[in-house]
Write a protein of this length. Structure first.
Length: 365
């Protein structure tokens, strides 16, 4: 027999097809999910499932809502499976919403199922919601856009504008097990039936929502302190009693964070230099360098005081969002080993120095 005759037999063994394929037509695609605290320590899970209908020869995408309660995320998921056509599939998940009551408990058990499932979408965004998270998904659409895509666009826009940090299931997983770092997550509120608003970030301690938040302005300052500015960042500041307003864009920043040990206790020094482009000044002309330096000085002092206030809020919440513990673990491991960080963090003295430099004053100056 010729050698070529063996080829078909060999192909039978090597071309066996896709052993783990999952047909899309058999899946119920879950694009957004909400989890809320339910009675008897159960979890209420609400899922937005994408399907399509034919209208006039054209196919239109629509959402429908499925909800169930269970004693765990997986249990609720199984119950949803029993009421929907197709298999519950979260591999295209865009957004995960957590009701604030649920978020006040240890979050790890609610993520465990997603971390273990090989087809989970670990790039999905995670948000804490004031009140019931399910109330947002039940809207089905927002601003004439299907709710999952609308929420994702809102969150990505806030990330680009440096209002909130980018936090996905993957990034959260890495930080949850880190004793030297605490999470902050976007905080979303349903104002009315037609308005949703990102109100800043919720502060967590040991993977539990503390109930304290930083507002939109403070969230931006936190990102500066973290050296985590997004694509753009803008501020508007009142600089005197005459209500003169300066609006500016942060061009770039240079943050230096150092920890040192004094008498066995950690101290933190943060030095920040911020270069800005002026967008608006309501106090008259800025032609003179004297006026420019005066505004730089006022902005420097004002932002420095506001950053100190952000640190105070973090310490009141016992939320180490700057990862000071991580710095101590890396540079002062012997001191770190002796510290009870949960008790010591709120007592750590911070020294913040800030300098604002105006690089442009607009095309007229």
């Amino acid at each position: 027999m010729k050698k070529s005759h063996y080829i078909p037999f060999l192909l039978v063994f090597f071309l066996t097809g896709c052993w783990d394929q999952h047909s899309l037509k058999d899946s119920a695609l879950v694009l957004s999910i909400a989890m809320d605290q339910a009675p008897k320590n159960h979890i209420k899970t609400t899922a937005i499932i994408r399907t399509s209908v034919s209208k006039g020869g054209e196919t239109e995408a629509i959402n429908y809502v499925a909800k169930e309660e269970g004693f765990s995320v997986r249990d609720a998921r199984h119950k949803i499976d029993y009421q929907i056509p197709g298999n519950f599939s979260s591999n295209k998940l865009l957004v995960m919403l957590l009701g604030e009551d649920l978020a006040k408990k240890n979050l790890y058990p609610y993520f465990d199922n997603f971390f273990r499932y090989i087809r989970s979408s670990l790039s999905s965004r995670v948000v804490i919601v004031k009140g019931q998270a399910s109330s947002i998904l039940e809207m089905k659409t927002y601003k004439d856009i299907l709710i999952g895509e609308s929420l994702l666009e809102m969150i990505e826009s806030a990330e680009n504008l440096s209002l909130i940090p980018k936090e996905t299931q993957e990034s959260i997983y890495k930080k949850m097990a880190d004793p030297g770092y605490d999470l902050v997550l976007p905080y979303l509120e349903k104002i009315d039936d037609e308005t949703l608003k990102i109100k800043g970030v919720g502060l967590l301690q040991n993977n539990k929502f503390t109930g304290k938040i930083l507002n939109e302005y403070q969230s931006k300052l936190l990102l500066l302190l973290q050296d985590n500015k997004g694509t753009a960042m803008s501020f508007s500041e009142k600089i005197n009693e005459k209500n003169e307003v300066v609006s500016f864009k942060v061009k770039n920043e240079n943050r230096r964070l150092k920890t040192k040990i004094v008498n066995g206790q950690p101290k933190v020094n943060i030095d920040i230099k911020i270069k800005i482009d002026l967008n608006e000044y309501t106090g008259g002309t800025l032609a003179s360098d004297k006026k420019k330096k005066e505004i730089e000085k006022k902005l420097t002092k004002k932002m420095e005081n506001e950053m100190i206030e952000v640190i105070h809020i973090l310490q009141e919440a016992n939320c180490d969002a700057l990862g000071i513990g991580r710095f101590l673990m890396a540079y002062h491991p012997k001191t770190w080993a002796k510290l009870n960080w949960e008790k010591e963090y709120s007592k750590v003295p911070f020294n913040i120095t800030n300098k604002v430099i105006m690089t442009t004053r607009g095309i007229m100056f």
